[in-house]
Ligand binder design. Sequence first.
Ligand SMILES: [Cu+2]
Length: 455
Amino acid sequence: MNVRRRHLLLGAGAGLLGAAAVHPVRADGGSIPDATHAGHGSAPSERIHTPNGWTLPHRMRDGVKEFHLVAEEIEHEFAPGSVARCWGYNGTTPGPTLEAVEGDRVRIFVTNRLGEPTSVHWHGLLLPSGMDGVGGLTQPHIPPGETFVYEFTLRQHGTHMYHPHSDEMTQMALGMMGMFIIHPREAEPETIHRDFAILLHNWALHPGTYRPDPSVMQDFDLWTLNSKSFPATAPLVARTGERVRIRIGNLSMWNHPMHLHGVQFAVTGGDGGRWPRALWRTEVTEIVGVGQARDIEFTAVAGDWAFHCHMAHHTMGPMGHGIPNTIGADQSDVEARIRRFMPGFMAMGEHGMAEHQEHVEMGHMPGPENTLAMMAGKGPFGNMEMGGMFTVVKVRDDIEPGDFEDPGWYRHPSGTVAHKVSDDPDFGAPVRRGRPASSDSRSLPTPRRGGHEHH
Ligand SMILES: [Cu+2]
């Protein structure tokens, strides 16, 4: 058991090394949103930047904004080394971001190219009951091959989402979801220079498999920002001093405390549109609950700032759940014995888990096929030992408006990087309390045989 599970901790890491710089693609080939016109005059209808994603182009017909969504099976890459047959819209998961302006009348065609019926629920929108998209309750399910149309007038603004309300468990587990952003009719009270949209999701893509498993309730393998796992998550790029908004939607099956380094942000809105200032909260971590959306805003400060879920297991790649705890366990004897029937076996985890990334990347242990490493990502100072719901907000003094390209790593002003002052563990005279543990873990009480198998 122990041996088999250890393999699950590891993935094929080699393909990840060059993956740090993955740029978002505007699949519509359209111009990059011009942030400079946000906040001046009338509201432009397309100005969201969806990292690793895109905004669906629309066309105007008789004063109605027309969109066309196609529900279909797709091939999706979570990060180099992990692809799967997923379900999405118009070729991607998440589906394209829909953008419109408060007061717009929208007409949305939905074509079902799946093998089973679907529907689309416009999550959080104020609309006629019959447009709400709940299969069986407010409309017939859309059979395979058919196209339905939804039409309503947008009577609100805010950060919203769309997803199926037909076989919801399966269709969402396989990736069917997207953001629906409605801009206020009037200009924003504060000029927003960068307006990002990120949808949180989780996936049970078991090691060595190619289709997400919809039956899993808790032990997910992949945690994603816009269906990408770090280091394939695109950085969020901004210029020093710009006002940045990150709209975060959560259609995963967990709540995610999203944490941003380097600034205190204001939580300024979400599903309910932009909140009055009196309701804003100053935070560094904001829980985005299942089915919720939250907007955070801040003034960009130069640097490379981590932005991630604070549930430590959500910033990791696939791992074996419930493995025995090897921290502090001397396994040298076990390793020798296991090697007799399993050449190349390496005992790990005595001093912590960080060594896993190195071992995997050096090819010491082949992982299961089509499975990301538990830890990945290279920074300018070494391994980042991250994965999943992690990305970097990259703020520079010289980024042009509308430029979202990865600028590379931050060049820290001299004297502003933590650095070594001693390699002597007895350095200095730090005050320490309590009883420092002996370096010999065998001084701890011996657990009963098989004690870690109790559940
Ligand atoms: Cu999380």
